[in-house]
Design a binder for this molecule. Structure first.
Ligand SMILES: NC(=O)c1ccc[n+]([C@@H]2O[C@H](COP(=O)([O-])OP(=O)(O)OC[C@H]3O[C@@H](n4cnc5c(N)ncnc54)[C@H](O)[C@@H]3O)[C@@H](O)[C@H]2O)c1
Length: 258
């Protein structure tokens, strides 16, 4: 057994959505560090370019492209761009996501909001899987990782739409594992607990942080590298016989917003 080769992604091509910041950026960096060529995509092409530039400066291989995962044409263009640039797709990280934060009073949100959250958290990952899997099958190596959330299993107020969309993504992956397995493609989900990013900063107060830490055995909130490490595990050959799983990365605890 060779530990280094089990984590080696040299020659593999990875696509990450929302790679310009937060967890997505951490995923791009760790995959490039393991040798993958990374397509960093983001709603903000400037942020995507910054991530790609930092990877290249550190000796890795990456390119940036704009992709709003709410736009179906952008999803097609992302996979086409990846294949044109690096000839195939081996790893897909469906990271871009929206919603939650305890802001979903079920009597105040409207249908348009619900459709938007499901479009970004469920439809876009499904569509990107559909577009990428044929290339993964053809190349002989495929691993898809969806970033879901602890909210997919937690029960808490004002989180029904975000929580259920991430739960849908969990269930979608465990079912798709059956469809994709015979094609040589694995699909797994990483479910972060509260992780230090801009998205968390928009809802975190000192009081809420204290409450979260009371219920967290490892006495800190998550860092982007904690989540990226789990993504690397699922992307790499070390997890070759693992598919359809959801890995909670949450300091061993439950960080709810109530
Ligand atoms: N941070 C947490 O505590 C936490 C916890 C659980 C799950 N998550 C999940 O992790 C993922 C990343 O969250 P984060 O905290 O890193 O967010 P973030 O706000 O730090 O970064 C999100 C990135 O996605 C990009 N983005 C936003 N809308 C987009 C769109 N429509 N198309 C493409 N890119 C878009 C943004 O420009 C940004 O670069 C999300 O799916 C989120 O639900 C985060």
């Amino acid at each position: 057994m060779n530990t280094v080769s089990l984590f080696d992604l040299t020659g593999k091509v990875a696509v990450v959505t929302g790679g310009g910041d937060g967890i997505g950026k951490g995923c791009c960096e760790i995959l490039a560090g393991a040798g993958a060529s990374v397509v960093v995509s983001d709603l903000s092409v400037e942020k995507a370019q910054t991530t790609a530039d930092e990877i290249v400066r550190a000796g890795g291989e990456a390119v940036a492209t704009a992709c709003n995962v709410l736009n179906e044409n952008d999803l097609t263009a992302l996979i086409e761009f990846t294949v044109k640039t690096y000839c195939t797709v081996n790893i897909l990280v469906n990271n871009a996501g929206l919603g939650g934060g305890g802001r979903e009073n079920p009597f105040k949100i409207d249908r348009a909001y619900v459709e938007r959250i499901y479009a970004i958290n469920v439809f876009a990952p499904w569509q990107l899987c559909k577009l990428a899997v044929p290339y993964m099958q053809e190349s002989g190596y495929g691993s898809i990782i969806n970033i879901t959330s602890m909210s997919s299993v937690n029960n808490e107020p004002d989180m029904a739409i975000y929580g259920s969309s991430k739960a849908a993504l969990n269930h979608m992956a465990s079912n798709l594992a059956f469809d994709y397995g015979p094609m040589g493609v694995r699909i797994n989900n990483v479910a972060p607990g509260a992780t230090n990013t801009q998205a968390l900063a928009s809802v975190l107060t000192p009081e809420l942080k204290e409450k979260m830490l009371e219920r967290t055995p490892i006495k800190r909130l998550g860092d982007v590298s904690d989540i990226a490490g789990a993504v690397l595990y699922f992307a790499a050959p070390v997890s070759a016989w693992v598919s359809g799983q959801v890995l909670m990365v949450n300091g061993g605890g439950v960080q709810t917003l109530d």
